[in-house]
Design a protein around this ligand. Structure first.
Ligand code: NDP
Length: 451
């Protein structure tokens, strides 16, 4: 990159910071994108002349609203909720809802921004959005969660629809929450349409949707390894998180013959040197999804393992790492520890789990690095397939959905290779994913004229 391009990137990033004060997660996501895309824009005047980058970083709209609900003790609670409808150039808005105490407008803007390009990579006609609330579902009863979801949907329902905006789950929004949200949406509209995805199988959900993000991360990793003549079988893996993405990432790694050594939650991580096998994983599913227990309970059941309180798993030696918990959970120090231990591949199951500095370390050390936009697109891809099945009013088999998921992940890999190959040996997956997503959305925006 020449000095002039660097200067332009700096100027652009300073403008973003000034225009969006204190939104640090959003600044980070845009910076990563601009570093890959600016040189491409400069060498393609149609994008430069159209000021397309400046237009892309402004959401179409942000809806902010109050959500009041009554807890089990009769107290009135008040949360804040958002829907960031970022860009619908290539299809209706699509993206998850997150319930977590650390949700802010900045977090949802970074997630919505990333979602635009991720969705474009899937090849399906989906725009990008994200939403959620600072409501914390931890420790709440089912009835409290239900009342909160119903209250939230009273407002959200005015802004969404099967051809307008189709929300799904994310952190803190799983099968239970989607069911409450969809039930309320259906009641308010008196229509049964696929306006939410991640629904239960008996009311419009798709087979493989629960597994799709985790499975997709593993499919993508196997294409990366195949590209250099290698495979997953026999490799050791670190996973962070123990939610939807982490658990199904572990499951697919086991199917592929890899050995999973760690899982975590916000209280710490467990290390099982014998490997987390299928039986242990099915016990964990019950613990995490039904009993809503903590990861530390694993060591009581499997005493050969160890629990590390308030620590992250990145100091354990392994071949592969899958950060599947949350943003910025893997920093420069963690990246250096992984590299010192000979890590071969890092694939992001969570959204933006690696800090910019960590991603640079991986790039400079030649680690195969799959950014979230590409690696975790399987979830939204199968959400898109759920929408298709809802429109057709015809459910597909597990095999059919899984085959389509594999095909989509393979195609994303192909696009990364097309736009990210730096020489015959090396693919820069960050650059590849950013440019491939950018081209698709930018071309549509240009076709609409100035809007
Ligand atoms: P879940 O709520 O099912 O699980 C999240 C996991 O991450 C939990 O183990 C949770 O631990 C842990 N976690 C959350 N916040 C923190 C934190 N601040 N520090 C440490 N650990 C934390 O969410 P998902 O598995 O659905 O999502 C995980 C990531 O994957 C997110 O970044 C999400 O945006 C991304 N993603 C999810 C998709 C999906 O289909 N679900 C699709 C694409 C991306 P605890 O329970 O202790 O909070």
């Amino acid at each position: 990159m020449n000095g002039k391009t660097n200067e332009r990137i700096e100027k652009f990033n300073n403008w973003i910071v000034e225009r969006n004060p204190a939104e640090i997660e959003f600044h980070q996501a845009v910076r990563e994108f601009a570093e890959s895309v600016m040189p491409f824009v400069e060498s393609n005047p149609k994008y430069d002349d159209g000021h397309i980058l400046q237009r892309m970083v402004e959401p179409d709209r942000i809806i902010i609203f109050r959500v009041c609900w009554e807890d089990d003790h009769g107290h009135i609670n008040c949360n804040r909720a958002w829907r960031v409808q970022f860009n619908n150039a290539i299809g209706p808005y699509k993206g998850g809802l997150r319930f977590h105490s650390n949700v802010t407008q900045s977090v949802l803007k970074f997630l919505g921004f990333e979602q635009v390009y991720k969705n474009a990579l899937t090849g399906l006609p989906m725009g990008g959005a994200k939403g959620g609330s600072d409501f914390n579902p931890k420790g709440k009863s089912d009835r409290e969660v239900m009342r909160f979801c119903q209250s939230l949907m009273i407002e959200l329902s005015r802004h969404i629809g099967e051809d307008t905006d189709i929300p799904a789950g994310d952190i803190g929004v799983g099968a239970r929450e989607i069911s409450y949200l969809f039930g309320q949406y259906k009641r308010l509209n008196n229509r049964f349409v696929g306006t939410l995805t991640g629904k239960g199988l008996s009311y419009g959900g798709s087979l493989i949707r629960t597994e799709a993000t985790g499975y997709g991360v593993v499919y993508f990793s196997s294409y990366m390894l195949k590209n250099i003549g290698d495979r997953l079988e026999g490799k050791t893996a670190l996973i962070s998180g123990s939610g939807n993405v982490a658990i199904y990432c572990a499951e697919k790694l086991l199917h592929e013959g890899a050995k999973v050594l760690t899982l975590s939650d916000s209280s710490g991580f467990i290390h099982d040197p014998d490997g987390i096998d299928e039986d242990k994983l099915s016990w964990l599913k019950e613990l995490k999804f039904t009993e809503r227990g903590r990861i530390g309970e694993y060591v009581t059941k499997y005493p050969n393992s160890k629990f590390y309180e308030d620590e992250k798993p990145w100091n354990i030696k392994a071949d592969l790492a899958f950060p599947c918990a949350t943003q910025n959970e893997l920093d420069e120090k963690d990246a250096k520890a992984l590299i010192a231990n000979g890590i071969q591949l890092v694939a992001e199951g969570a959204n933006m789990p690696s800090s910019l500095e960590a991603a640079r370390e991986f790039h400079n050390s030649g680690v195969l690095f799959a950014p979230a936009k590409a690696a975790n697109a399987g979830g939204v891809a199968v959400s898109g397939l759920e929408q298709t099945q809802n429109s057709l009013r015809l459910p597909w088999t597990k095999e059919e959905v899984d085959d389509r998921l594999k095909h989509i992940m393979q195609n994303i890999h192909k696009q990364c290779v097309e736009y990210g190959s730096e020489d015959a040996q090396r693919v820069n997956y960050v650059k590849g994913a950013n440019i491939a997503g950018f081209v698709k959305v930018a071309d549509a925006m240009l076709a609409y004229g100035i809007a």
